[in-house]
Write a protein that binds this ligand. Structure first.
Ligand code: F6P
Length: 534
């Protein structure tokens, strides 16, 4: 019997057991783990000691430890693109050499970090300024991994922002850049063009728009541009001086790139020391991941909970629900991290994936979600495992009572999901107001099935260090899930077809080529939009 079938049999044997029947006074200690101050509590799931042992066997059977070590050592584990996967080197602040093709990459990493630091300090102090004086606004133009990471982190670390305001333009929809240009003064704005490849059409289009905007207002626009890329020839062709280009290598995947140059806007906003603390948080999680046994290892456990819910129980999505408003963009960030990494239908060896690929990841901060989609989470017919994130303290000490209410809401939700409300309890809620058949009908609407799994990631406060821990935790979860499922988590061929078709459609949309040969549906839509002024 394979381990997956053993897990399925185990699931069948516990299918009638309710989660709350497991949760005695010892359960939380036995089914949670810590990394520094951070706790991952998975006691409100239907995983028991037998299930956990089987899940851990999966890690050993699929060689996760050896693959982890290969990744950290710079081996080319991204086999379809022949690349190493070394975002961990970007936060390897105290570690030794990391070699790719026999060459230590760390001197280059340190040099770039030092250049970023000095550039960020100069922008913050005014030593590097715009034509109109000290830089007040930074516009990061990038998309996907060149946007989501810094945008999410800028929002997450808002209490630490003491530099220029940052804006993040990603969408090719002109509404995005237009609204940012409207609120920025070009004479005191720095534009950072962030693109690993420097070919992404949305980013290049927005960068061109920003350049002509800048050219209309300042005499030397290139002095107010910087670039973050692996493609130095292309940044030069765009007219950005080499001193303003911060390079990185192809062993940093786009969605794993916020630890290096792609994080420049964040570094300018919060300052190099806070950025450093963010890197140290990531590094602390790396060390924990590499040295802690699986039963206490946060990334491994998070991955195993994910596999249990998705591939074993068959729950197709997971909700990420930060009770920490500053993490508002975390779900969007995780959508790329998890779904672009593990949303694959073939295994590394090219065979069809024998199980479902990674789940749909979505979410919103609590308590907003409570007043929107939690209805479905509590009473809908599908089970959606929830992942709560919550801090002991916010950053507004004078409003701590409000923070306590936030925490009470978070804990209430996971309790409600687990316990639910029985028909008898629901009858008690409506007794006196209704009777007979109407009481029964009304009571049924107030039943909560409960027995719905959730995990909680708790920490003291969302500091730069803790944010680094959280992001590295999720990165390694993706890695572990990918290895167990046999997926290459580091390529993204699934985004290519749409790009190719968009390029082919552009002349048709512009009216320079005919829609002949296109499928009838697409041709009809082009026709409709053109008739309406496209
Ligand atoms: O289209 C997907 C993707 O390649 C992502 O993987 C990447 O983060 C994003 O586009 C942006 O790419 P680039 O940084 O090269 O502009």
């Amino acid at each position: 019997m394979t381990l997956f079938s053993a897990l399925k049999s185990h699931l069948a044997s516990v299918a009638d057991r309710r989660i709350d029947s497991l949760v005695d006074a010892d359960r939380a200690a036995a089914f949670s783990a810590t990394c520094g101050d951070m706790v991952l509590d998975y006691s409100k799931t239907n995983i028991d000691a037998t299930g956990r042992a089987l899940l851990i066997d999966l890690l050993d059977a699929t060689g996760v430890a050896a693959k982890r070590d290969a990744m950290f050592a710079g081996r080319k584990i991204n086999e379809t693109e022949g690349r190493a996967v070394l975002h961990t080197a970007l936060r390897n602040l105290d570690g030794g050499a990391v070699k790719v093709d026999g060459k230590d990459v760390m001197p280059g990493v340190r040099e770039t970090l030092a250049r970023m630091r000095s550039f960020a300090e100069d922008v913050r102090s005014g030593a590097i300024s715009g034509q109109g004086g000290k830089i007040t606004d930074v516009i990061n133009i990038g998309i996907g991994g060149s946007d989501l990471g810094p945008a999410m982190a800028y929002r997450a670390l808002r209490p630490y922002v003491d530099g220029p305001r940052c804006h993040f333009v990603s969408n090719v929809d002109p509404a995005d850049i237009a609204q940012v240009m409207e609120v920025c003064d070009p004479e005191t704005t720095l534009v950072i063009v962030a693109s690993k490849t420097f070919t992404t059409i949305e980013t290049m289009m927005n960068a061109k728009t920003a350049k002509s905007w800048m050219s209309e207002h300042v005499t030397d626009p290139s002095a107010q541009f910087a670039a973050l890329s692996t493609a130095m020839d292309k940044t030069a062709a765009f007219g950005i001086p080499a001193a303003r280009v911060f390079g990185f290598e192809d062993w940093v995947g786009g969605r794993y790139s916020m630890w290096g140059p792609i994080g420049l806007s964040l570094m300018i906003a919060v300052g190099p020391d806070h950025f450093d603390a963010f890197l140290r948080g990531g590094q602390a999680m790396d060390q924990h991941f590499c040295t802690t046994e699986w039963s206490e290892n946060l990334p491994a456990l998070l991955a195993l909970v994910g596999i249990w819910h998705n591939q074993v129980c068959g729950y197709a999505s997971r909700a990420v629900l930060p009770y920490d408003n500053n993490l508002a963009r975390l779900p969007a960030y995780l959508q790329q991290l998890e779904m672009e990494s593990n949303g694959k239908g073939v295994s590394m060896n090219g065979a069809d994936l024998p199980f479902d690929s990674g789940p749909v990841v979505w979410g919103e901060p609590g308590t907003n979600g409570q007043h929107a989609f939690y209805q479905l989470i509590h009473q809908g017919t599908r089970v959606i495992p929830c992942e709560f994130l919550v801090a002991a303290r916010g950053h507004t000490d004078d409003l701590h009572d409000q923070h306590q209410l936030l925490v009470a809401n978070c804990l209430a939700q996971s309790e409600a999901l687990m316990k639910g409300r029985s028909l008898d309890e629901a009858r008690g809620k409506v007794a006196g107001k209704f009777d007979g058949a109407e009481l029964e009908r009304q009571a049924r609407h107030r039943v909560f099935p409960g027995n719905r799994p959730s995990i909680t990631i708790a920490y003291q406060q969302l500091t730069p260090f803790v944010l680094g821990q959280i992001i590295a935790l999720y990165e390694h979860r993706v890695f572990v899930e990918g290895v167990v499922l046999g997926i290459n988590s580091y390529d993204q061929w699934g985004v290519e077809l749409g790009k190719e078709l968009a390029t082919a459609l552009q002349p048709i949309v512009e009216g320079k080529a005919s829609a002949e040969g296109k499928d009838g549906s697409t041709a009809a839509l082009v026709g409709y939009l053109q008739s309406k002024g496209l």
